[in-house]
Design a protein around this ligand. Structure first.
Ligand code: OOB
Length: 566
């Protein structure tokens, strides 16, 4: 196990093994055993490209040897930032094979996030696209190599931008093929108890934490998800959201589909124009999206009239699905629905096919594993009765016991007996179903993308025109939530477009930019001297609480429009 990871205590690890949750298989074993059973079947589809299980095993083996030839060593961390392409899967399995650890970045991440990921992981490599959606990733990669001491190797999806210092992924595979033409060079088998890869936390801390996931824990989680959704070799899964997202990667996602011998189809984005024809052509049976995509698809279905009847499970998770929206899915899209509550930190809950209709529409179901432990507690960590709202704590065979290299944060984020404090407010129905009711963590859930308030506030306060900043969520019909920024300006308050431009210049990802901004004379504080976000959130929602009225009364402006009062 890498330094900086928190292993499960020995008694739990032994129990999870003895009870058959951890089977001692690596992700490589999973792929190879599927390939042994379904060799010529189609594993992956991307546009017109179809890759069989045999080809995927061969290509990832070549990638492993190629990465090794080019200087990537076992245990090296490699930040992987790719769109939904076949190479993403090839690179992951190549790195797993080698014992190197992918660190998943989102394609929307920019300098601020990438630098942080490279630094906390101490990454030796960075795999990036070419110019993607107008952004010059190779230029960012080169800049990062100059700025981050550990980073030695850059790899790109785009052959046309490759050079001596930026190796094309096709050249990595070619180097592997040249060094190992018969595919027999011995490569060490990954240790199933070892870290396989790193996911990113949803960002309760200003900068995201890394979550190490072991082969044992992740293989088990996927198997439990596969069983809960009854995935088989006949299933066709469509990856709509970024494949680096835990939901899309393994719940059961692309990798769980490969475990089952099915076909995983990679969509370039979530637009109905892109996804509906693919669903019809490939007869997709399972896909996973957030409520904001559901909304988009419902709107488009009215005039596009797609045939989505092959989709037996439209998995919806990442943020709260409201009952009204849930109730429209079956009649208007013609697909089956499955609510999913999940987190990169572990615990996954699903509703099931045979759930009563109301449970399907209003709850997030049950954990996928009988070994998942959930507690709902009050602010003194005491368990509350059913149907009472409290914080969700969880522990189990695929919920790691700590963030990577974060001992101080771990002391707060986990109880002494290893329960993860989710920061979500939830209740359990009397029959044990989970219902998410809100959260206590300071983030904005913007269409399923989690934005840490502290991260954005730090960037805002770093701008010369702003002395203090606080961001809060406001409800939004499409995204679930949008971000409202309150700022105290130095001199003339900057406008929203100016702020967005300045934050983009600082390398902040676009999904973290505020949607609205309002300048105030000062920020309200609680009795304990912390910024009172409840007042700000109420004001952002257009509500006037008595305290807010008092606090804001001296203000002349506060229009809530894009041009702040100054
Ligand atoms: C998924 O993972 P993350 O790590 O991006 O975010 C986890 C957080 C949860 O703590 C909760 O605040 C929120 O996202 N969340 C939901 C939800 N599912 C996740 N809030 C309300 N209702 C739901 N159904 O978002 C994720 C990972 C794997 C599978 C699905 C989602």
């Amino acid at each position: 196990m890498l330094d900086g990871c928190t292993p499960w205590p020995a008694e739990y690890a032994e129990r999870y093994r003895a009870e058959g949750y951890w089977t001692g298989e690596s992700l490589i074993d999973v792929l190879e055993s599927s390939a042994a059973r379904h060799g010529s079947a189609t594993a992956l589809v991307q546009g017109d490209l179809r890759v069989s299980y045999e080809e995927l095993v061969l290509r990832s083996r070549r990638a492993a040897v190629g990465f090794r030839e080019l200087g990537i060593a076992p245990d090296d961390r490699v930040v992987v930032q790719l769109p939904n392409v076949v190479e993403f899967v090839v690179v992951c399995f190549g790195l797993f094979r080698l014992g190197a650890k992918p660190v998943f970045a989102l394609p929307s991440h920019r300098a601020s996030e990438i630098r942080h990921l490279l630094e906390i992981s101490g990454a030796a490599g960075y795999v990036l696209p070419g110019v993607h959606r107008g952004f010059d990733h190779p230029a960012l990669g080169r800049r990062m190599r100059d700025e981050v001491g550990t980073l030695r190797h850059l790899f790109t999806l785009d052959e046309t931008v490759a050079g001596d210092d930026l190796v094309a992924l096709s050249a990595v595979e070619a180097a592997g093929a040249a060094a190992d033409p018969s595919g027999t060079v011995p490569l060490p088998a990954p240790d199933p108890a070892d870290v396989a890869f790193f996911l990113l936390s949803g960002g309760t801390t200003a900068l995201p934490k890394l979550i190490s996931r072991t082969h044992d824990d992740y293989v088990y989680m996927m198997r439990a998800a596969v069983e809960a959704i009854r995935l088989t070799g006949d299933d066709v899964y469509l990856a709509v959201l970024p494949v680096e997202f835990n939901f899309t990667f393994g719940c059961p996602g692309v990798i769980g589909t490969l475990l089952s011998g099915g076909t995983a189809v990679l969509a370039a984005d979530a637009t109905p124009e892109r996804c509906f024809p693919v669903i019809e052509r490939e007869r997709v049976t399972v896909t996973s999206v957030g409520p904001s995509v559901v909304q988009l698809w419902l709107d488009a279905a009215e005039w596009m009239k797609p045939d989505l009847s092959s989709v037996r499970a439209l998995q919806i998770g990442g943020s709260k699905l409201h009952r009204d929206l849930a109730a429209r899915i079956r009649p208007e899209l013609g697909c089956g629905i499955q609510q999913v509550f999940g987190m990169a930190e572990g615990l996954i809950c699903f509703t099931r096919d045979d759930d009563p209709e109301e449970a399907l529409l209003t709850t997030q179901g049950h954990p996928i594993s009988p070994a998942d432990e959930m507690r709902i507690v009050d602010d003194k960590d005491q368990d509350v009765p059913p149907d009472t709202i409290g914080e969700l704590l969880t522990r189990g065979p695929y919920t790691p016991r700590g963030y990577y290299r974060s001992p101080e944060h771990n002391a707060r984020a986990f109880t002494e007996d290893g329960f993860y404090r989710s920061g979500d407010l939830a209740r359990l129905t009397p029959d044990g179903r989970l219902v998410i009711e809100g959260r206590i963590k300071d983030l904005i859930n913007r269409g399923g993308e989690k934005v840490s308030a502290g991260d954005v506030e730090g960037h805002l306060e770093a701008l010369p025109a702003i002395s203090r900043a606080a961001v809060v969520p406001v409800p939004d019909d499409y995204l679930g939530e949008r971000m409202y920024a309150y700022i105290v300006a130095v001199g003339t308050a900057p406008t929203l477009p100016e702020i967005k431009a300045a934050l983009t210049e600082r390398g902040l990802a676009a999904y973290k930019l505020p949607d609205r901004v309002e300048a105030v004379d000062e920020l309200p504080h609680t009795g304990l001297g912390k910024i009172d976000k409840k007042i700000l959130a109420a004001r952002a929602r257009g509500e006037t609480t008595p305290t807010a009225a008092v606090f804001f009364s001296p203000l002349s402006g506060g229009t809530g429009t894009d041009r702040p009062a100054s």
